[in-house]
Design a protein around this ligand. Structure first.
Ligand code: G6P
Length: 620
């Protein structure tokens, strides 16, 4: 998955394109490029690495006189930009976008995958087209070249008809220096409308500094973009009417706000993210208001089974949800990672509710699993952080997390917000089914309302202690994480965070399974992180910690306030504030986010852009 941006207007566009790419780097950052049209010619610069490398390549490009001077002096007013996360083709300058046609008159940028690229490449090569990259994307520029007879919109439409896959792309032609044409098949695409200028991009932040007037492009639509605006058509060329929206959220939200990294800023935004997510859904102490969800009460009351599908961190939020829903609402809950679920020919029943959890709303596997479930007759509920994302369209109902924009690739505030939504849902279904006593419902609602301030307290108290623990362990070569019951998803998430941003191998296990394998890994050099918060299985967890200790390994424990038994066994203990035991994951994960963070920083790593990862995974 990648970030794409285009501009056509009356201002020099080079710096606008680069500024747009900066906002899209979270989508991929292994290489980048820009192309502009100036004096009827295309000038292009690409570079391996992040945008700093692209800027350096531009300076070099102008210094040694290669290409024309458009990118050096910045007079061009139409152009494209791309930040890449490699799918087809290695990370090289040749494979970086934009890609051109044989005559270097057409340039394109693409996000996604062209599935029938091999057959098209062969066909085009037989026709004499010469390719200069290994990518699937380059096919698109050559296909447009084949169809071009003076009208870029028509050529893009004809090319679009021959492509299979999921992608969004933008094209320009040096003979039409005031037109961009873009097309969308599943991958996101939005238009920004300004005064005598128009933007197109994978996501709104790419142009939010310049305009707040936005138009969304739907699946299977094409859009012709000029300085005067955007004309949308369907794949057959029929006009499509689309209103514009005014974006109200703040562009500054995307800045670091005084923190050294986005990840640290977002860790500190967790109290607000959870408060935003729960406050107006808990209008009183005796009921949860999820009326926005548009699933009728009768349906929820009679749901036979819930299936949760998700990927990565969102999957861990789903695991927490499973415990809460089963405990409170007494509905059986199944979980699967979306990439497995979609291919295992799952058995679906009419009274199944399938919940797709995806912060971006664009994860290819989760969307495919949701579509499959709908085709199989189940109702699908999306839990997502992004309004207008594909998940909101591939579902019967939506519950938004309200975490705000998350830039750090390692999810933090979206995770706790997802967990909060799962708690709300569990309580609401329990309330409707009458499976939770009124007093217990009131107690849990009251406690949920305190969670934002307890998250704040956890961050404040844990940060210094975690830094000390990180200093002790940051050079270790392997970490084991153990937890039971509600502590298990927490340790899965903690282990994922550490491996994602510090590149230290981790394993996370149900503590009861330790004796069936992982115990062989234990020695004096292996820190074992144990989630040992208050729960009906705490005693069992304590026994497992004793077993770890007896093998000479260091135990780092996460414990509930005042839990002295844990400190007796552990070498280091991090306490979280007292709360209802089933709500503990939302607090217990915080010291583990901080541990991963400080270990990565001590090892001098870029936590916001860890290698090989991307924030939004729009390929399977
Ligand atoms: C990527 C991100 C993770 C995220 C996962 C699922 O791997 O790096 O942070 O948890 O995708 O993303 P989603 O948008 O579906 O929650």
């Amino acid at each position: 998955m990648c970030g794409i941006v285009g501009y056509v207007g009356d201002r020099p566009c080079r710096d606008l394109l680069i500024a747009g790419l900066e906002k899209l780097e979270y989508r991929g950052y292994d290489s980048a490029g820009v192309s502009v049209i100036s004096d009827g010619e295309i000038d292009s610069v690409r570079a391996v690495g992040n945008l700093a490398n692209l800027r350096a390549a531009m300076r070099e490009h102008s210094a040694n006189g290669s290409g024309n001077v458009a990118l050096a002096t910045a007079p061009a007013t139409i152009g494209l930009g791309h930040t890449r996360w490699a799918t087809h083709g290695r990370v090289t300058e040749e494979n970086a976008h934009p890609h051109g046609d044989c005559g270097d008159k057409i340039h394109i940028v693409l996000n996604g995958i062209v599935e029938n690229h091999s057959e098209l490449r062969k066909e085009l090569a037989d026709d004499g087209h010469v390719f200069s990259s290994e990518t699937d994307a380059e096919i698109v520029s050559h296909l447009i070249e084949r169809h071009f007879d003076g009208d870029l919109t028509k050529a893009v439409r004809d090319a679009f008809g021959e492509l299979r896959g999921h992608y969004a792309f933008v094209a320009m032609h040096s003979d039409q220096p005031d037109v961009l044409v873009a097309a969308r098949k599943e991958c996101p695409l939005v238009i920004g409308l300004g005064e005598h200028e128009t933007f197109v991009a994978s996501a709104i932040p790419a142009f939010l500094r310049e305009t707040r007037r936005v138009m969304e492009i739907d699946n299977d639509e094409l859009v012709t973009i000029t300085p005067g605006g955007a004309v949308i058509t369907d794949a057959e060329g029929n006009p499509v009417e689309r209103g514009e929206q005014e974006i109200t959220w703040d562009e500054d939200a995307a800045e670091k706000g005084g923190y050294e990294t986005f990840m640290m800023k977002e860790i500190h935004e967790q109290p607000d993210a959870v408060a935003e997510t729960i406050t107006d859904r808990l209008p009183s102490l005796d009921s949860v208001d999820l009326s926005e969800m548009e699933l009728d009460d009768e349906y929820l009351r009679n749901v036979d089974r819930i299936v949760i599908v998700a990927c990565g961190t969102s999957y861990h939020a789903g695991l927490v949800g499973r415990y809460a829903i089963e405990q409170w609402a007494r509905v059986p809950v199944e979980m699967d990672v979306a990439s497995e679920y979609r291919y295992r020919d799952p058995v679906l029943r009419p009274n199944d509710l399938v919940i797709g959890i995806t912060q971006s709303g664009e994860t290819a596997d989760t969307l495919a699993a949701m579509r499959l479930a709908r085709e199989g007759g189940a109702k699908v509920l999306a839990v997502t952080n992004v309004m207008g994302s594909q998940a909101t369209r591939d579902s019967d109902a939506v519950l938004f997390t309200r975490a705000g924009l998350e830039i750090g690739v390692a999810a933090t505030k979206t995770f706790v917000s997802q967990v909060a939504v799962m708690y709300l849902l569990g309580l609401r279904i329990a309330e409707l089914r009458g499976t939770i006593p009124d007093e217990r419902l009131t107690e849990l609602i009251a406690e949920l309302k305190h969670i934002p301030s307890k998250i704040e307290e956890t961050i404040e108290v844990a940060d210094q202690q975690v830094q000390a623990i990180a200093r002790t362990h940051h050079k270790r070569r392997f970490f084991l994480y153990l937890g039971r019951h509600i502590g298990l998803p927490v340790c899965l998430e903690g282990a994922l965070k550490l491996k994602e941003i510090s590149y230290i191998p981790t394993d996370a296990y149900a503590a009861g399974e330790m004796k069936h394998g992982p115990i062989a890994l234990l020695d004096e050099d292996t820190p074992v992180v144990c989630v040992a918060t208050e729960s009906p299985v705490l005693e069992k967890m304590l026994s497992n910690m004793q077993e770890v200790s007896a093998r000479g390994a260091d135990v780092v424990a996460i414990a509930s306030a005042g839990s002295e038994q844990v400190a007796e066994v552990a070498n280091q203990t991090l306490y979280i504030p007292d709360t209802d035991w089933i709500l503990e994951p939302i607090l217990a994960v915080i010291p583990l986010q901080l541990l991963a963070y400080h270990i990565a920083r001590l090892n001098d790593l870029n936590v916001d852009q860890p290698r090989n990862l991307a924030k939004t995974v729009t390929v399977e």
